[in-house]
Design a protein around this ligand. Structure first.
Ligand code: BDR
Ligand code: CA
Length: 315
């Protein structure tokens, strides 16, 4: 059965890959794409979402802009990874896809409330829009099918030694999302550091020979060089599409039940996702936590998705 998702994102290279994977995978249908500030300011993440939608001919999916700042703290961006425009590595044409006038938070509430048990939320940026939607309409917690987010980790951080970027940027929002009592899966760095765009993967995408494939290779090449510079990794971790893959093909990603709490007060641990797998009597689990991904199957899924999307002549 096709799974209807709202992809709430902050493109961002890997967010762009998540949009494309969702578009090109028959098991998933995009009900909406919503944007949030994170990798860059909201203006740029929204422009980048418009660019990706234009490139991939995504003209039939509502695109809505959301929150421009975290709930409490000042915005932290990731230009060192995603470049000054948030999506360097491809020369973008003027986008012809536009945002709708509705705010992303309103759109999320409207779509979830209208289709009880149907919509899966897939956040791949800071969780500000999702927390705001919960605050405005708490009943969405009972109406979503599930939440499958890219964020957090139980073994490491990236923006700090303790914290993953999406949770670090808006930890108060993340805390609200993790404790909302809805079915939630955390696809963190533990999983996404296994999904690396190796030279072989890039060659397979390039061999598709389409304009879209060339754009993807360009973006991933830029992303590779930035991650090499920042972290010394030869092949970049392509985080966000792992959450889409978990929805499309759950068997590709192994998960274990746990209790996840978000650190809000620590001096060195802001945004850490403290994950308790102990399953003691006093511990109530609130998440399925991704522990590994079949990276071969993941890249097969991704390459096939890129191959299915026709490139628009004007993109
Ligand atoms: C997450 O941070 C962002 O930079 C990426 O887009 C991804 O969502 C990885 O920590
Ligand atoms: Ca992201």
């Amino acid at each position: 059965m096709t799974r209807r998702i709202i992809l709430d994102c902050d493109p961002g290279h890997d967010d762009a890959m998540a949009i494309l994977l969702a578009r090109g995978t028959p098991e998933v249908e995009l009900a909406a794409i919503t944007t949030v500030a994170g990798n860059h300011t909201l203006d740029l993440t929204t422009l980048n979402a418009r660019r990706v939608c234009t490139l991939a001919g995504i003209t039939d999916v509502p695109l809505a802009a959301g929150c421009s700042a975290p709930l409490v703290r000042p915005l932290v961006t990731a230009t060192e990874i995603h470049g000054t425009t948030g999506l360097q590595g491809h020369t973008w044409a003027e986008p012809t896809v536009h945002v709708i006038s509705e705010h992303a938070v309103d759109l999320i509430i409207e779509l979830v409330m209208a289709a009880p048990g149907e919509i899966t939320l897939v956040p791949t940026g800071p969780l500000t829009n999702i927390a705001m939607a919960l605050r405005r309409e708490p009943r969405i917690a009972d109406r979503v099918r599930e939440v499958v987010l890219m964020g957090g980790s139980y073994t490491r951080g990236n923006v700090t030694p303790a914290a993953e970027f999406n949770v670090y940027v808006d930890p108060e929002a993340a805390a609200a999302v993790f404790t909302a009592g809805w079915p939630l899966t955390m696809i963190g760095l533990d999983v996404t550091h296994m999904a690396n765009a190796t030279a072989e993967v890039l060659a397979r995408i390039a061999a598709l020979g389409t304009g879209l494939a060339a754009a993807v290779v360009g973006m991933l090449g830029f992303y590779r060089d930035r991650q090499l510079h920042e972290f010394g990794t030869a092949s970049p971790h392509v985080h966000d599409p792992c959450a889409v893959a978990r929805v499309a093909r759950p068997e590709f990603v192994s998960c274990k039940e746990a209790r996840v709490e978000v650190e809000l007060a620590g001096e060195f641990t802001r945004g850490m996702t403290v994950t308790d797998f102990r399953m003691r009597a006093a511990v109530t689990p609130n998440a399925m936590v991704g522990t590994s991904i079949d990276d071969g199957a993941f890249w097969d899924l991704f390459v096939a998705a890129i191959g299915r999307i026709p490139t628009r002549a004007d993109a």
